[in-house]
Design a protein around this ligand. Structure first.
Ligand code: G3H
Length: 498
């Protein structure tokens, strides 16, 4: 897989390190150092990427700035055409990119292919949406504001911000990268991508698809390296005009250090699933298992706490346990449902939450089992608010159930969290569902389904520590532009006609 076929030029076979992408070319870093990517399944080094230097970042920023000026003048339809081309190339090469996802982040094989295809679709949709919404401006006349004559005409349109820095997370290194790249490009911005270490090679392959599509040199760049060397340097770089970040609480630190630039941040969640007595309990069980355990719970939109009315809890727990018994556990290559979590430290963190719950008396619905980074799916019943897992995000296949006596108790727990990404409510009473949705302090509430970001054109946003701004294709395009006004001042009244 390493650098085969059209991807040969992205790989330095001599030292077995992937190159970084800048100014339209693939480069080796002058540091002569690399960063290892550990396969979560084998726990051995799978790939290596360049450890870029601050000087290389400076060069990338300069090139991006120059390229952006020309790109902003490139007709919108031409920008869209190139994006459509990149989307097609991406989909054409779904197999090798998916293979990287399997090796780097242990994404189950089928889900890995889905991620790449979804990404291609996202890029195409963004091209179309951009043509529609950026092709429109606004005309205002002055006499609608008190004291004014009809002597001024204001034309407002949307212009790019400049250079967008995109920092996606390990769990969707391709999809959450293109969800930043495509809106940035269609809006006329240049792009610097800093991929996560786990997922960097999939991201480099994806960037190569944009390269093959023929975007201008310097417009798209991808730098890899150690956060300690280039992390803050990138996010605080004066050449950056916008940051779009998805990840953990590093985002809070970035938001404090970044300058006076627009930020788009998605920083995780403790997505609650509130289950009422009148819910369809089979639907509930299916969604708890899908929502809690797909990609081993490593999704910011995973169900992370079930708040269930006590009277139906036993029945739901039985149904969930039976469905969990059917989940396959093992390597991503075998397309197992539960695969190793991304790093050993993640597995240790999850284990810490489980042990805390054990000490404090949670009921284990299955035996706790771990081999390396692989953790078997675990349902913890009778979790209480004094347990860490009631509040913290495991980002793993471990799901707490809190039994509640009233809906208000469920809403209270949901709202007491620092997070506010998504939540869901299960009931057959649509009026109640809407009232609960209104009361839940989360960016989205799903009625009768598990939380999810997609379809990718839906608005996606978190409240409180879950983020800044709103994503989804349309909102991301609008976030990556600013409004420019041109005011036409007509001559004084003595010149008026008629
Ligand atoms: O991990 C965060 C992602 O935004 C979740 O996306 O709902 O499509 O899995 P997803």
């Amino acid at each position: 897989m390493a650098g085969n076929g059209v991807f040969a030029e992205i790989y330095d076979g001599e030292v077995e390190v992937y190159k970084y992408y800048a100014d339209g070319h693939w480069h080796k870093s002058s540091s002569a150092k690399s960063v290892s990517i550990i396969n979560p399944t084998t726990r051995k080094t799978q790939f290596k990427v360049q450890a870029c230097t601050q000087e290389e970042v400076n060069k990338v920023m300069e090139a991006a700035k120059v390229a952006q000026k020309a790109w902003a003048r490139t007709p919108l339809w031409k920008r869209a055409e190139l994006l459509h081309k990149a989307a097609a190339i991406l989909k054409e090469h779904k197999a090798p990119i998916a293979e990287c996802l399997v090796k780097e982040i242990a994404k189950p094989a089928k889900d890995a292919v889905t991620e790449v295809v979804r990404s291609g679709d996202l890029v195409s949709y963004t091209a179309e949406e951009g043509v529609r919404i950026l092709g429109e401006g606004k005309l205002l006349v002055s006499d609608s504001f008190p004291g004014n004559e009809r002597s001024k005409y204001c034309l407002s349109s949307k212009i790019p911000l400049g250079v967008v820095l995109a920092i996606p997370p390990f769990n969707y290194p391709v999809n959450l990268a293109v969800s930043k790249i495509a809106p940035a490009l269609i809006a006329g911005n240049a792009l610097v991508l800093k991929p996560p270490t786990q997922g960097a090679v999939a991201a480099l392959h994806m960037i190569h698809c944009f390269h093959l599509a023929g975007f201008p040199k310097g417009l798209i760049n991808c730098v890899t390296g150690k956060g300690s060397e280039i992390g803050d340097f990138l996010t605080m770089h004066p050449g950056v005009n916008c940051i779009s970040f998805t990840g953990g609480d590093t985002g809070i630190a970035i938001s404090k250090k970044a300058g006076m630039i627009p930020l788009q941040m998605e920083l995780g969640g403790k997505d609650a699933c509130i289950v009422l007595e009148d819910a369809d309990l089979d639907l509930v069980a299916a969604n708890i298992v899908k929502g809690g355990f797909s990609y081993s719970g490593q999704r910011c939109t995973a169900v992370k706490v079930v708040l269930i009315m006590d009277s139906v809890a036993d029945e739901v727990v039985e149904k969930v346990k039976s469905k969990m018994g059917k989940l396959t556990v093992g390597p991503p290559e075998d397309d197992c449902d539960i695969t190793p979590v991304v790093t050993e430290s993640s597995a240790n963190f999850i284990e810490g939450l489980v042990m805390d719950a054990k000490e404090k008396g949670a009921t284990f619905c299955q035996e706790y089992r771990r081999e390396g980074n692989l953790i078997w799916p675990l349902l913890l019943d009778h979790v209480r608010p004094d347990m860490r897992i009631a509040w913290e995000e495991p980002f793993g296949p471990v799901l707490p159930i809190i039994r509640i006596q009233s809906v208000e108790e469920g809403i209270h727990h949901c709202n007491a969290s620092n997070f506010g990404l998504q939540g869901c409510v299960f009931t057959r009473d649509i009026n109640k569902a809407i009232m609960i949705s209104d009361a839940m302090e989360t960016g989205t509430v799903q009625i009768n389904s598990a939380p999810a970001r997609g379809p990718d054109h839906f608005p996606f946003q978190g409240l409180k520590d879950s983020g800044i701004g709103s994503q989804g294709i349309t909102n991301s395009i609008n976030m990556m532009v600013k409004v420019k006004s041109t005011v036409i001042n007509l001559p004084a009244p003595s010149y008026t006609m008629g």
